[in-house]
Design a protein around this ligand. Structure first.
Ligand SMILES: [Zn+2]
Length: 359
């Protein structure tokens, strides 16, 4: 067959093959609100090399925002929280996730809806479907798609046994026992006793079952989004833990089965806020590599720009090193958290632009 192909055609084939080798890095910014001109905002993004916005539902619902984004060739992902829903919990406190002590799983602002609530799950899917249909974003960035854990304050020396495991409400317990055929000894009547018995005797079955609650939720959202817009891109926010960190807590605690999630998503995005969790900048690359080794898929680290939770200084040198670590292969790009934060520190904004445009 080859001998019938003309020489120019062969060159064309070679050329397009070469082009495919260097896909454009995704340079993203999480943005939650913006009060000024969208035209000026995206002009600035064009100059800085930011090509993708990870945007609040309010911005995605704003026609002017979407129109200006398209005109400036900025891709838009809607940030879509799943099990973190303070409004729903305020209205219906009984749907909260329950910890192994039988209490509502909550710490400071972090509280989660029980992931077994079928009515809640359906509402979430309908909401995703509606946003995609009405506003046609280029992507959906699925957030809080996990079990309860306040990972933002989990530091390297944390005892894994002290990390929270949920959800042990009657709905989750009954489903778990019915679906696995496991029977809790009759004399154990309290949630703490039943939870301890399950974790001591059937931890693997428990972990697999509760991870499936998360995977299936993400998969149904992805499918609904693709039914509304077949070329929509799916990004999933991950707790920034390597496979073996804290005794496998990414799955045992957060319920995030990286391999399963990667099968139907386009990007996995660990929230590698290194400074916040007392890790060095190089740790960002370590996490990206760990996820890439597990999945072979595109990994998009999200990095913090300014101080958060901790008062310790987060200077330009540390920001530069964090950016560089985030962009190191096999990373597919970087997302900054957040645009609002970046523009409060013009020196960091300049540095960001220098690093991105030198790529
Ligand atoms: Zn539950």
């Amino acid at each position: 067959m080859m001998k019938y192909l003309s020489l120019p055609f062969i060159f064309l084939l070679l050329f397009s093959a070469c082009e495919k080798e260097g896909p454009q890095m995704l340079i993203g910014a999480k943005i939650y609100e913006h009060s000024g001109s969208y035209n000026l905002l995206f002009e600035e993004w064009n100059q800085m090399g930011i090509n993708t916005g990870f945007c609040s539902q309010e911005l995605i619902s704003d026609r002017d925002f979407m129109k200006e984004a398209r005109e400036h060739e900025i891709s838009t992902f809607v940030i879509f929280p799943v099990f973190f829903n303070p409004e729903a919990l305020a209205q219906s406190p009984h749907i909260a996730a329950i910890n192994r002590n039988g209490e509502v799983a909550a710490e400071e602002w972090v509280e989660f809806v029980c992931p077994s609530r079928e009515d809640y799950r359906q509402q979430v899917v309908e909401k995703a479907r509606h946003i995609v249909r009405e506003h046609q974003p280029d992507g959906i960035s699925i957030d809080f798609i996990r079990h309860f854990v306040y990972w933002e304050k989990v530091y390297p020396q944390r005892d894994p046994a002290s990390l929270p495991v949920s959800c042990f409400d009657s709905l989750c317990l009954n489903h778990f026992l019915a679906e696995t055929g496991i029977t809790v000894p009759g004399e154990l009547s309290t949630i703490p006793d039943q939870a301890d018995w399950i974790l001591n005797n059937h931890e693997n079955a428990w972990t697999a079952w509760r991870s499936k609650l998360i995977t299936s939720m993400a998969e149904v959202i992805a499918r609904a989004a693709r039914e509304e817009k077949p070329d929509i891109l799916i990004n999933i926010h991950l707790v920034p833990w390597a496979k073996e960190d804290f005794n496998g807590a990414i799955q045992k605690v957060a319920g995030q089965d990286i391999g399963a999630l990667s099968k139907f998503s386009d990007y996995l995005s660990p929230m590698t806020y290194a400074h916040m969790v007392k890790q060095p900048p190089s740790w960002v690359h370590h996490i990206v590599e760990d996820i890439y080794i597990q999945t072979g898929g595109a990994v998009l680290p999200s990095i913090q720009v300014g101080k958060a939770y901790l008062e310790t200084e987060f200077d330009l040198v540390e920001f530069r090193e964090t950016m560089e670590a985030a962009l190191q292969p096999p990373s597919s790009g970087v997302i900054i958290w957040s645009w609002e934060r970046l523009i409060t520190e013009p020196e960091k904004a300049d540095l960001f632009k220098d690093i991105v445009t030198a790529q």
